[in-house]
Design a protein around this ligand. Structure first.
Ligand code: AMP
Length: 145
């Protein structure tokens, strides 16, 4: 089976370029489309009490965070020579939901993550890699970090 759409999920950490190179290499080998995603976990949710119904105003810090993430994702893509790739910064209740939502919306058939990331847990797989693996409708590659 040839992969057609590889989704590189990145935490924008120092290891991200290494994981990205692997995603790029695989996409090239299969002649697949390659997209990048970074999830900004929902901070509004903690407000509770109906505040989530309020529109997100541009001056709120989370919009600044999203903007910062868009810039960082653009820089990472540039460093990888992937300027033309689709780059998505999404806001979701969890990183897992953000990634799997994009898989569903855009029809990715391979998710590439790092085995560990910022959480740096001494587990076999990082918490995100593990969560994504268990919920994914497609193959998942955890690049050893
Ligand atoms: P961690 O759960 O922090 O050990 O991260 C494991 C891997 O999950 C990282 O190497 C990334 O590939 C991916 N990942 C972690 N956080 C995010 C995020 N916010 N957005 C997209 N991918 C992420």
């Amino acid at each position: 089976m040839a992969y057609q759409h590889v989704l590189f999920a990145t935490d924008l950490s120092d290891d991200a370029p290494r994981v990205g190179e692997r995603a790029k290499d695989i996409a090239q080998k299969y002649g697949a489309r390659l997209s990048l995603i970074h999830v900004v976990e929902d901070v509004n949710i903690s407000l509770g009490g109906g505040y989530e119904l309020l529109p997100v105003l541009p001056e709120l810090p989370d919009e600044a965070l999203l903007q910062e993430a868009r810039v960082a994702l653009g820089q990472l893509a540039q460093r990888l020579g992937l300027d033309a790739a689709d780059k998505w910064v999404v806001n979701a209740p969890s990183t897992k939901e953000g990634i799997l939502g994009a898989v569903k919306d855009h029809g990715a058939d391979l998710i590439v993550v790092g085995s560990h990331g910022r959480h740096g847990l001494a587990l076999l797989l990082g918490s995100t890699a593990n969560a994504v693996l268990h919920g994914a409708p497609c193959d998942v590659l955890a690049v050893r970090i």
